[in-house]
Ligand binder design. Structure first.
Ligand code: PLP
Ligand code: SF4
Length: 336
């Protein structure tokens, strides 16, 4: 019998509202500036190929009138992106060489990335996949099928990492179908999801998603992506609580970004907030040197100093691993 009453209505509402929220996301720099009470400025060239995209709920967590707000800096295209800096290239991680099958990036033992979709709910200016050729790499429905065949044919794989783009942009039905096909592959033990949606669009944590995670025989790990404590509000905390109730392990990865989170105080507060809502800090990534992001880079020596300070301030489990991806290595390189 269908449920009724306020909680069922709230759940159904959650199921649809994330798509409405996404459709209504801000896509225009002038509008974003005016929402925040900031003066208009010319839009840089780089915004043409990698446009501004940010959900309104994330904008509401920014400080009005502050052009240096750490959330704003992550999403607003600036003239700095058009500056050419040596060493910053289209594919610094040589990911395209690691495409094992359409949509499947295989670099490390036992696990592989399945690029389930090319779209995100937010375009992060520092993103290392901002120039990734998703279509050429087979990130399409047909590509996902070929990737599943390649996973099924390789018994050394025990974990599939859904990535993208943001895999939680697949709707509940498509996600349930994908998980169903993965759990039918006997050598898979774990399903990991790398997603920024529980942070930037917490409405995405629907009952359908939670029930897919709860029902699967695969051990679930969700790695969310928050860079600054101001990203974590009550809505985010509530979504995380629903995910935790599905019995998954919850981790966070951040990117160390100049002007956003390059202080021990900010990073310590981020870790404390994460732990408070039930998420363990996992990685703090040094920036990948993709074209247009040089202004976000923090030097490795400074990064080591920040981690040393975090170790003085926080319990060990709340200190993320400082890591860098080096093409050709057997794993991400831990720096601290
Ligand atoms: C980062 C990454 C992983 C996951 O690495 P972990 O250290 O297990 O988190 C897996 N495959 C690829 C290609 C990656 O870039
Ligand atoms: S959500 Fe992740 S993949 Fe998407 S733009 Fe941001 S960093 Fe890149």
């Amino acid at each position: 019998m269908p449920q009724s009453g306020p909680s069922a209505i709230a759940a159904a509402e959650r199921g649809f509202s994330w798509q409405r929220e996404l459709a209504a996301a801000v896509r225009d720099a002038g509008e974003l500036r005016s929402l925040l009470g900031l003066p208009d400025e010319p839009v840089p060239r780089a915004a043409g190929s990698f446009p501004l995209l940010v959900p309104r709920g994330f904008v509401r967590r920014m400080r009005r009138g502050d052009p240096l707000d750490p959330l704003l800096l992550q999403v607003l295209p600036t003239a700095a992106e058009d500056v050419v800096v040596g060493g910053f290239t289209a594919d610094p991680l040589l990911e395209q060489e690691a495409v094992a099958a359409p949509g499947l990036v295989r670099k490390y033992a036992g696990r592989a990335l399945l690029l389930a979709t090319s779209a995100c709910a937010v375009n992060c200016r520092y993103c290392f996949r901002r120039e990734f050729p998703y279509v050429e790499s087979g990130v399409t429905r047909a590509g996902v099928s070929a990737a599943l065949d390649a996973i099924a044919a390789d018994a050394t794989l025990h974990e599939v990492i859904l990535s993208g783009g943001d895999p939680l942009l697949l709707d509940d039905d498509r996600l349930a179908e994908l998980v169903g096909r993965l759990e039918a592959i006997p050598h898979l033990a774990r399903l990991r999801i790398h997603t920024r949606l529980p942070v930037v669009l917490p409405e995405r944590v629907t009952d359908g998603l939670v029930s897919t995670l709860r029902r699967t025989r695969l051990a679930g790990v969700i790695v969310v992506h928050a860079n600054h404590p101001a990203e974590i509000d009550d809505m985010v905390a509530a979504g995380i609580r629903r995910l935790a109730a599905a019995g998954v392990i919850l981790l966070n990865q951040s990117v160390l970004l100049a002007g956003v989170n390059d202080s021990a105080g900010t990073l310590a507060e981020l870790s404390e907030r994460l732990v408070q809502i039930g998420v363990v800090p996992y990685y703090l990534h040094l920036l990948d040197r993709v074209r247009g992001v040089a202004h976000f880079e923090v030097a490795e020596r400074e990064a080591r100093g920040l981690i040393a300070e975090l170790r003085r301030r926080l319990p060990g489990y709340a200190v993320p691993r400082l890591a860098r991806e080096v093409p050709g290595e057997a794993a991400k390189v831990w720096i601290s």
